[in-house]
Design a protein around this ligand. Structure first.
Ligand code: GLA
Length: 386
């Protein structure tokens, strides 16, 4: 912990020649279940990871904003605060810049930001939310103390949607800001009510294994936006504002009108409706006295739905899920926006090595580079470190 603070402070001082006013941290996430439900007003159940982004921040007095990263080539992205506009700056700095732009009236003198991260980038583990939320919390503490946690989620979401132009929902930012250690966050994305659901896998002799396929995705373009539009069209045809309002798959039959488009819309909507039901089923299991292993098959069913109905998996993640299950995982699924990224597997703690080896062997068999694998435990949300 103190190593993280020292690295961020030193990196800041090296680049900006002064000390930061503080250091803040925000985590990446894995979603236990509830994929692509967030922009349909549905349910999600993420946990925060130990992997975080730290932001060292200080206000300036020259009207400039500057962004540096310990992961980059040392280049500092700098411009006038009045020059911040959607699409400028480009690249990774657009994310923190979008947060700064959202509070620019409070920052007449500008601000300097140095970030350091160990969240895998492009892995479907919300590196972008860790980035925006760490900076949002920093600016809240420095210049906007009236903002509550829900406001921070909204500030980070707006940076991503409106400034960077990535049409994501609210899952990642909510997880990064609202999650607490030892719990999964059960969030209703329609009314934004939430509940901390205890998730002590270790006590049950279980572990949550994360497998980063190494195939990166990019939400700012492509299939993610297509899926979003398909869900909106399906909702329109069904006469509802959000697919969340459909409680029973039988109500979806009207979508399947015999055309190829109707079939696609039917399957997209079926994923959302069944996925919402899966979140409720997992939450009910975790709230009760049942063995948490019972959620395994629900996770696996979620993967099949993402693969067959929502069509956002890739063969390597399908192979990964199959290999994990064959090696004894209780359940496994791809996570995140899709078209690459990571998978999770619920495994007995004493089977982690065997499942990891089986997955690695499968990647090798498929001709893919060895995946990055690690066990994650539900960790704390965004907070100030120093
Ligand atoms: C990405 C988006 C989220 C959510 C997930 C899929 O992570 O940023 O808003 O839609 O995909 O569940």
């Amino acid at each position: 912990m103190s190593g993280e603070i020292g690295r961020a402070r030193e990196g800041f001082a090296q680049r900006f020649g002064t000390d930061p006013e503080g250091v803040w941290t925000a985590p990446g996430r894995v979603n236990v279940i509830g994929e692509h439900t967030d922009y349909n007003g549905g349910y999600v159940l993420p946990v925060a990871m130990e992997h975080t982004t730290r932001a060292a921040v200080a206000r300036r007095d020259d009207g400039r904003v500057a962004f540096a990263s310990l992961q980059g080539d040392g280049h500092v992205v700098e411009l006038g605060i009045d020059e911040l506009t959607p699409g400028r700056p480009e690249g990774w700095a657009g994310y923190p810049a979008g947060v700064v732009a959202g509070l620019r009236e409070r920052l007449p003198g500008g601000v300097s930001v140095l970030v350091d991260t160990d969240v895998p980038v492009g892995a479907g583990l919300s590196s972008s939310a860790a980035l925006t939320c760490s900076v949002a919390l920093a600016l809240r503490d420095l210049v906007a103390p009236e903002l509550g946690r829900a406001d921070l989620v909204e500030l980070a979401r707006a940076a991503e949607n409106d400034f960077v132009g990535a049409p994501t929902g609210i899952l990642d930012q909510s997880a990064s800001v609202l999650c607490t250690a030892g719990h999964a966050l059960f969030l209703d994305t329609r009314d934004l009510t939430s509940e901390q659901v205890p998730l002590d896998l270790a006590a049950a002799g279980l572990a949550l294994l994360v497998v980063d396929s190494g195939v990166t995705h990019d939400h700012a373009e492509g299939g993610y936006g297509d899926r979003r539009r398909e869900c909106e069209t399906a909702a329109q045809r069904l006469g509802v504002r959000l697919l969340r309002e459909i409680a029973d798959v039988a109500a979806l039959d009207v979508l399947a009108d015999g055309t190829a488009e109707g079939d696609v819309l039917f399957r997209r909507a079926r994923h959302i409706v069944t996925e919402d039901a899966r979140v409720l089923e997992v939450v009910a299991t975790l709230r009760g006295d049942a063995d948490p292993r019972a959620i395994g098959p629900v996770l696996t069913a979620g993967h099949a739905s993402l693969r067959d109905d929502f069509e956002i998996s890739i063969p390597l993640l399908d192979a990964c899920v199959d290999a994990a299950l064959a090696a004894g995982a209780h359940g496994a699924r791809m996570v995140g926006g899709g078209f690459g990224g990571s998978a999770i597997a619920l495994v007995d703690a004493d089977a982690v090595d065997a499942v990891t080896a089986a997955v690695a062997a499968r990647f090798s068999h498929e001709g893919a580079a060895a995946p990055r694998t690690f066990v994650t435990v539900p960790s704390a949300g965004a907070r100030r470190l120093a």
